[in-house]
Write a protein that binds this ligand. Structure first.
Ligand code: FAD
Length: 393
């Protein structure tokens, strides 16, 4: 959805449309529509292509290599990307640590890391969660103790997505023990090839390897890898979590991809008396999700306009995250229903089965979508935020 467009915006839309028409190979498209991520090397190639065009960091200010686009331009960019079945950009460098570095980092960190994020040279992972410290992140126990010119990190991180392919990780660790649990936490940048860092895969329901446990045993990093001030990491962490909700906002603009796939599958599927799409019951379910997706996009536009105006968007980020995660689960679920038995093709759990080359990715996407109501702050936590900030409960 785009607002009514000024002539400049129309010209911009044509430029963006032409770029995407040339830039998205067919073999990416089904994966993208199913809400699954493309493999990291493909996403990195995509990031590089955007960077070559000057569009590597659409949401960043110009002074750090971003586009400085208006909310209308961003909306056009995301809508055109969605229409072309382009993937959302991988967010952990671009939307999480990048903005923290340009807001709180030292000049040397800005000079070194930011360009590498834009060109896709560095893949970042987020080392926040721990066993016993997920929603209650202040319970984290990983320590970073000063020793000469280094911090020495010890502890365990949990659910670290893409740690196995990442070049660098941003870590929340305890640099001192204070009465208040939120104090004494620092944000530290760690190279993934540092001795003492060990990665153990976690295999998930969708039979992919996205996420990991990361063990840190006497991992030494220079003091200069601290971002901002020592002990102030909790404050930066909260900014990151807010930013993660903005990521959901961006991703919400991509919902129509899955809904188009549902529509096409239902039109192809023969059932007694016609196609599945001819059945009012099915059409009404699809229409309901489409309408809610449009309403969500209207909320995203308001969120972006607030952000551009420097206004506090209140709990709107949480509302978007909550609603998007529910809708992507419903949309992928409906896609599985539309495909019928064909959607059940899936690699056998014993690992001996062969995946048919035409395996629809819908089921895998539907299984993966289960995580969206957990990561980035679970739905219960988002509801708590909305209750507190919007309803004053
Ligand atoms: C696939 C996947 C990828 C992830 N990737 C990353 C990553 O890259 N980096 C990273 O740092 N983390 C990552 N996470 C971790 C994710 O952010 C946490 O799983 C999430 O914050 C929930 O924490 P938890 O798993 O410890 O559950 P818990 O916090 O133990 O929660 C368990 C249940 O209790 C509910 N609950 C907890 N507290 C409250 C409360 N106060 N009120 C009401 N209900 C409550 C929760 O909503 C949930 O339903 C990932 C998780 C998954 C599953």
């Amino acid at each position: 959805m785009t607002p009514s467009l000024a002539p400049d915006d129309l010209a911009f839309r044509d430029e963006v449309r032409a770029f995407f028409a040339d830039s998205i190979p067919d073999d990416w498209k089904t994966t993208v529509r199913s809400g699954l991520r493309l493999p990291p090397e493909t996403l990195t190639a995509y990031q590089k292509r955007l960077a070559d065009r000057g569009w590597g960091a659409p949401t960043w200010p110009v002074e750090y290599g971003g586009t400085g686009w208006t909310p209308a331009q961003l909306s056009i960019f995301w809508s055109e990307a969605a229409a072309a079945d382009a993937p959302p950009q991988f967010h952990q460098g671009l939307e999480l640590i990048g903005p923290i570095i340009f807001t709180y980092g030292r000049q040397a960190q800005k000079d070194f890391y930011l360009p590498r994020i834009i060109t896709g040279e560095d893949w970042w992972c987020q080392g926040y969660s721990e066993p016993g410290a997920g929603s209650d992140l202040a319970a984290l126990r990983t320590r970073a103790d000063r020793d000469g010119d280094d911090y020495v990190l010890n502890g365990q991180k949990m659910w670290t997505s893409y740690a196995h392919v990442a070049d660098r990780m941003f870590v929340l660790a305890r640099t001192s023990t204070e009465a208040k649990r939120q104090q004494g936490i620092s944000l530290i940048l760690v190279d993934m090839d540092t001795p003492g860092l060990r990665i153990q895969p976690i295999h998930t329901l969708d039979e992919k390897h996205h996420t990991n446990e990361v063990f840190l045993d006497d991992v030494r990093v220079p003091l200069s890898n601290l971002v901002g001030e020592e002990g102030m990491g909790w404050g930066y962490g909260k900014v990151l979590l807010d930013r993660e909700r903005m990521v959901a906002a961006a991703t919400a603009m991509f919902l129509p991809q899955t809904l188009r796939a549902v529509r096409e599958a239902a039109k192809r599927r023969r059932v007694p008396g016609g196609t599945l799409f001819d059945r009012p019951g099915f059409r009404s379910k699809l229409a309901q999700i489409e309408i809610e997706a449009l309403a969500l996009q209207a909320m995203v536009m308001r969120l972006m306009a607030d952000a551009a105006a420097g206004a506090d968007s209140g709990p709107r980020g949480s509302m978007v995250k909550l609603r998007w995660s529910e809708l992507i689960q419903q949309a992928t679920g409906l896609w599985v229903e539309a495909l019928g038995p064909a959607a059940q093709h899936f690699e056998a759990l014993d690992g001996n089965g062969k995946t048919p080359p035409d395996m629809p990715l819908a089921l895998q996407g539907a299984l993966y979508s289960r995580v969206t109501t957990i990561y980035g702050g679970s739905s219960e936590i988002q509801r708590n935020i909305i209750a507190r900030r919007a309803l004053g409960l």
